[in-house]
Design a protein around this ligand. Structure first.
Ligand code: SAM
Ligand code: CA
Length: 245
């Protein structure tokens, strides 16, 4: 059978833009076509197709990472969750589908327009009632929550997928907000593979700019005794942090 790539079906291949961390793009394509796309819920496919037409589609969570997050959330029985960095909502929908009907997602993004692009799909999927979307920078919302004891240790899962230069600022705050035994997932911790690029490597400007922050984050997480960590080469790299104290 001809692959979608041979068919020129570009819409199905946005994930290749994430630059596979595997041996070859063909291997990555194999995973997508064998195990991911056939099991992708129709609403997630619809959202992925809408997002593929948006100029910033490189930002979206890949379908294999969406599948991973969905299963992870079910495995840990996550109910109260947070997402920093929503874009059109692919990881948000993966989360909303995984948590129970009375589960919650506090979702933050400085851009409401992109969230609203995906919202009709989320509504149609019957999971919009789980989402509390806040437009604006995430840091002040976290600071406000920290002032109220009731939010301390209240989150089962937090997905961080926004401004990389603030990840350490988020980490300082999120460690108080996630419960002991709960998880924080920091996304893009392999930053396009640039974490191992030589200093003179030709990197796109934004990749170069954020690289130092990602390198600093990775070192800080590895040295933090309050968490156990696991860095996975899924998508652009995700580091799972389990709060242990
Ligand atoms: N998780 C999303 C998905 O599955 O499609 C992708 C998120 S995208 C990589 C990063 C998002 O972070 C953008 O939508 C951007 O507007 C948002 N962002 C940037 N700075 C932010 C901030 N300070 N607070 C909240 N969101 C921010
Ligand atoms: Ca990401």
């Amino acid at each position: 059978m001809a692959s979608n790539a041979e068919n020129g079906d570009q819409g199905r291949h946005q994930e290749v833009g994430h630059k596979s961390l595997l041996q070859s793009d063909a291997l990555y394509q194999y995973i997508l076509e064998t195990s991911v796309y056939p099991r992708e819920p129709e609403c997630m496919k619809e959202l992925r197709d809408i997002t593929a037409k948006h100029p910033w589609n490189i930002m979206t969570t890949s379908a294999d990472e969406g599948q991973f997050l969905n299963m992870l959330l079910k495995l840990i029985n996550a109910k109260n969750t947070m997402e920093i960095g929503v874009y059109t909502g692919y990881s948000l929908l993966a989360t909303a589908l995984a948590i129970p009907d009375d589960g919650k997602i506090l979702a933050m993004d400085i851009n409401r327009e992109n969230y609203e692009l995906g919202l009709p799909v989320i509504q149609k999927a019957g999971v919009a009632h789980k989402i509390d979307f806040r437009e604006g920078p995430a840091l002040p919302v976290l600071d406000q929550m920290l002032e109220d004891e009731k939010y301390h240790g209240s989150f089962d899962f937090i997905f961080v997928d926004a401004d990389k230069d603030n990840y350490l600022n988020y980490h300082k705050r999120l460690l108080d907000l996630v419960k002991v035994g709960g998880l924080i997932g920091y996304d893009n911790t392999l930053w396009n593979g640039s974490v191992v690029a030589p200093p003179d490597a030709p990197l796109r400007k934004y990749v170069r700019y954020y690289r130092d922050f990602v390198l600093e984050l990775n070192k800080a997480l590895a040295a933090d005794p309050r968490i156990e960590i696991c860095q996975l080469p899924v998508g652009d790299g995700i580091t799972l942090c389990r709060r242990v104290k």
